[in-house]
Design a protein around this ligand. Structure first.
Ligand code: SAH
Length: 408
């Protein structure tokens, strides 16, 4: 019998050199089997002998099997402590983490694999195994209805579903999205080439139903739009600002906490000429333009820019969006540059340009504290003036950062 000492940055319990998934600091466990094939040794079979006081009963029935949530068994206030400690370790400074306003029903998107083994998410670490679910509590009750109707659709219309190992079967994914502040629901059925029976009667609760075909060899939960029924977009609203959602566009996945995110970004921005770099669908830029700023946004993804332009028009604000990459966008002439890069962080050329002739302020939004830390060190003409963490992803080890940097 051993005691879990702490969690590593990925949320695994640590005992010596062994990592124990779904455990809590203070748990007394009996490790029965360890996968030694990989460099990190992961306990694949273990028994909980004595529960840590940090533990709470996980709400989800498949917790401990499903790879979607790894920390649902931890008291929420401890999840926040874990994220604050993780940030302090990586950044060397103490950062407050704002809890998510809701910790169930908060996710506005789930990508469910539709397979011969069932409908749901992958088992932790196993691309070939899917955990069958009736409902996903982090998405909320719409998921229950949607999964039930999907089962009826498949059975009554005789639809073949995915056999992952054989890479066969017509239907592959159902992606659900929901505007939490509008109640609008989108169902995107992602298939291989073939014919989809009319799904309208089954998904009568949806504002928008899509059929997408993935013609590529890769396992992705999107494809070319074949057709749609109902509305072309669903809408989400953050603090009075409206955003359109399309199956092939990104949107911040926790709507309730996204409200706090846009508010923090807006409160850190100085001046009224703003560059929104890595703008995506314009989430930050449009929110800030609504407060009166003049915003220019860039993103390398053409479709995101098309959506950002639509969002700008929808909200009737002074925000223009262009296709452009972090390697070549001109950054002078602004009071604040907002950056929200992918997990890999800022491009070295952008860092160089910011150091040479960047604005007085940078607002850095990051979903990866490690690359954020590297970039902050590299941005040697700036120092952190304010910084906050936001828990966008309850029950997972991830944490979002927003920092206001000022030129030295
Ligand atoms: N700020 C946005 C989304 C940020 S996600 C929002 O809140 O909605 C990161 C964005 O970076 C994506 O939209 C992606 O298309 C874009 N991106 C990725 N690589 C890029 C590059 N090299 N140059 C510019 N944008 C890039």
């Amino acid at each position: 019998m051993v005691t879990i000492k702490k969690l590593n940055d990925d949320g695994f319990g640590v005992v010596g050199r062994v990592l124990v998934p779904f455990s809590a600091p203070g748990d007394e466990v009996l490790i029965e089997n360890v996968d030694k094939r990989k460099k990190t040794r992961i306990a694949t079979k273990w028994k909980l002998l004595r529960s840590s006081p940090i533990r709470v009963g996980a709400r989800c029935k498949v917790f401990g099997k499903c790879g979607g949530c790894t920390l649902q068994h931890l008291d929420y206030s401890y999840q926040i402590t874990f994220k604050e400690e993780k940030l302090e370790k990586i950044l060397g400074i103490s950062v407050k983490v704002i809890p998510s306003p809701r910790i169930f029903g908060h996710r506005n998107r789930i990508d469910l694999a539709v397979t011969v083994e069932g409908i749901g998410f992958r088992e932790r670490g196993k691309w070939w195994k899917v955990v069958d679910i009736d409902e996903c509590p982090v998405f909320g009750k719409t998921s229950k209805k949607a999964i039930k109707r999907l089962r009826e659709f498949i059975e009554e219309e005789n639809i073949s579903v995915w056999n992952i190992r054989q890479d066969s079967g017509f239907m592959r994914y159902m992606v659900l999205r929901e505007g939490k502040f509008t109640g609008e629901v989108m169902v995107n059925l992602v298939t291989k080439e073939g014919t989809l029976p009319n799904p309208q009667g089954y998904f009568d609760f949806a504002t928008s139903i899509y059929w997408s075909i993935n013609r590529s060899k890769s396992d992705v939960s999107y494809g070319d739009v074949e057709r749609f029924w109902g509305k072309e977009y669903i809408m989400e609203e953050l603090d009075g600002v409206k955003y359109l959602i399309h199956p092939n566009s990104f949107f911040q996945t926790n709507s309730y906490q996204a409200v706090n995110l846009v508010k923090f970004v807006a409160s850190y921005v100085e001046g009224d000429r703003i560059l929104d770099m890595y703008a995506g669908v314009g989430t930050f830029g449009i929110y800030i333009a609504k407060k009166g700023a003049k915003v220019t946004g860039f993103d390398s993804n053409e479709f995101a820019i098309e959506m950002a332009r639509k969002n700008s028009a929808l909200n009737n604000v002074d925000a223009e969006f262009f296709v452009g990459t972090d390697r070549d966008v001109e950054i002078s002439g602004y009071d604040t540059v907002i950056v929200d890069p992918p997990r890999a962080g800022l491009h070295p050329k952008l860092i160089k340009r910011l150091n040479e002739r960047g604005p007085e302020y940078i607002v850095y939004v990051s979903c990866n504290p490690k690359t954020f830390h590297q970039n902050i060190v590299e941005l040697n003409n700036y120092r952190i003036e304010e910084i906050i963490g936001l828990d966008m992803f309850p029950h997972t080890p991830h944490v979002e950062l927003v920092a206001k940097l000022r030129r030295l």
